[in-house]
Design a protein around this ligand. Structure first.
Ligand code: UD1
Ligand code: CA
Length: 459
């Protein structure tokens, strides 16, 4: 098979986004659009991937990391000029080069592969991925001759009245014979309304030389959506959400309201999970079988165990075991590890804490920097006092202990195995195993005092 290369154009500012954030870093379902493009190109296994960066080059290059080589386009003089920046890396290679815009995040690897295959089967020098657009405004139009052969592409801003009527658009994705591409690019001029070097002009240049130019029309315009403004961004979000949610439902996941459930592409969900409306599940998250999520839970980079419930809660960067109950209104902050059958209830915040199997923090507590054993019961309103304004300290609560309501555990401190802490205690010293610790002032009852006060008031 011929070698395959990929060039991703991601140097533009994205003026129409009206944003501080560079266009290709705008997320669609929690993942920057350029990352979607790279993710979908990877399964095609290009021998080399080059991303052209310009506006926000450092941020974009840093985000892309190892996934692709990057080349700087110092001035954004147009898409043709952008591809030329990859010349040093690619021009001597034999094979097929796919060029993709960084702002078309919905094109699937199946479509990329079909385009490559079509191009190579046809023996073409260039193949354009086209689509019929219900509203072609803003896109380059594909102009064909009487024999239905592609002649050229005309940009919306350069198009004549009759050309504007054409509804077949250039999706901005093409396959080229690599050497023919870099040769033809030498001849592209900037003689057009925008004064830019247009990549699509390569088509006309090759056509005029009687080289074979082909078009591959995809039936799915939605997939080829180019994001130039926030209206299109919202359309992309909607369309990708539908695609991902349908996949999960087909795999056996119940979504009560798929229009109101946001799952990013890299999330893994096992069958028989039930997801209620308003839930957002992002990042490297795995939800195991029979779990129940939401309504309105926000989960990022977590493992949620089998049969676990996460109701109206926020969880990030944490491991939650099997048959655990989280929420309503819990906040599971990074580096929490919640054991099987544990419970984290209403208005409880847990951070950098390991909570052992079958341990419970049911109401209104803050447990941070703590190592909590198994079968521990932490009463309502308990606080691990972990921070002195400078450093954080560890609280250890050993197996089978019972922390009474409204206790302060001033770290570093250890509550020994099987011990009791009386309600309202402020524990500053270690509690030995099996002890009862009371650390509060004694109660004094003054008999008959209340009526004396009441009678004084009457005078
Ligand atoms: C482009 C196509 C148009 C097509 C549409 C599909 C050209 C001239 N026009 O138009 O035919 O219908 O995409 O979505 O190619 N970029 C650079 N450097 C530059 C200019 C652009 O890297 O100097 C990048 C942008 O970051 C973007 C992509 O190229 O990711 C496309 O640029 P954009 O300005 O969005 O082109 P469109 O006007 O949408
Ligand atoms: Ca665009």
């Amino acid at each position: 098979m011929a070698k395959r290369y990929a060039v991703i154009l991601a140097a533009g500012k994205g003026t129409r986004m009206k944003s501080k954030l560079y266009k290709v870093l705008h997320p669609v379902l929690g993942r920057p659009m350029v990352q979607h493009v790279i993710d979908q190109l990877k399964p095609v296994h290009p021998d080399k991937m080059v991303t052209i960066v310009g506006h926000g080059a450092d941020e974009v290059a840093e985000y892309i990391g190892e996934d692709s080589e990057t080349v700087l386009q110092e001035e954004q003089l147009g898409t043709g000029h952008a591809v030329l920046q990859a010349e040093d890396l690619l021009k001597n290679e034999e094979g097929t080069t796919i060029v993709v815009c960084g702002d078309t995040p919905l094109i699937t690897h199946e479509t990329y592969r079909a385009l490559f295959d079509h191009h190579e089967e046809q023996g073409a020098k260039a193949t354009i991925l086209t689509a019929k657009a219900p509203d072609p405004k803003g896109y380059g139009r594909v102009i064909r001759d009487e024999q239905n052969q592609v002649k050229r592409i005309v940009e919306h801003k350069d198009a004549s009245g009759s050309e504007l009527g054409v509804d077949e658009i250039n999706t901005g994705t093409y396959c080229f014979d690599n050497k023919a591409l870099f040769e033809a690019l030498q001849h592209v001029s900037n003689d057009n309304v925008q004064g830019e070097y247009y990549l699509p002009d390569v088509i006309e240049i090759l056509q005029n030389r009687d080289e074979k130019v082909s078009a591959f029309q995809t039936a799915d315009f939605e997939e080829t959506l180019g994001i130039n403004d926030r209206v299109a961004l919202a359309q992309a979000e909607k369309s990708l959400k539908k695609r991902i949610n349908e996949q999960h439902m087909r795999n056996g996941v119940t979504l009560i309201d798929p229009d109101n459930t946001y799952i990013s592409p890299e999330v893994v969900i096992e069958p028989d999970v039930l997801i209620h409306p308003g839930s957002v599940i992002k990042g490297q998250t795995t939800i195991k079988a029979d779990a129940e999520i939401g309504p309105y839970s926000d989960i990022e980079d977590c493992v949620v165990g089998e049969g676990t419930t996460v109701r109206q809660s926020v969880a990030k960067d944490s491991q939650i075991g099997d048959r655990v109950q989280i929420g309503p209104y819990s906040h599971i902050r990074p580096e929490a590890k919640i054991g099987n059958e544990a419970k984290v209830g209403n208005f409880v915040e847990v951070k950098k804490t390991s909570l052992g199997e079958n341990s419970k923090v049911s109401h209104l507590s803050y447990i941070g920097d703590a190592d909590v054993g198994r079968n521990v019961n932490i009463g309502c309103g308990t606080i691990t006092v972990n921070y002195d304004g400078k450093n954080k300290y560890l609280t250890t609560i050993e197996d089978d202990s019972f922390i009474g309501c409204n206790s302060n555990l001033v770290a570093p401190v250890t509550v020994g195995k099987g011990s009791y802490v009386a309600a309202g205690s402020t524990i500053t010293k270690d509690v030995p195993e099996d002890a009862l610790s009371i650390a509060r002032s004694r109660q004094a009852n003054k008999e008959g005092y209340a009526s004396r006060i009441r009678n004084q008031k009457k005078d």
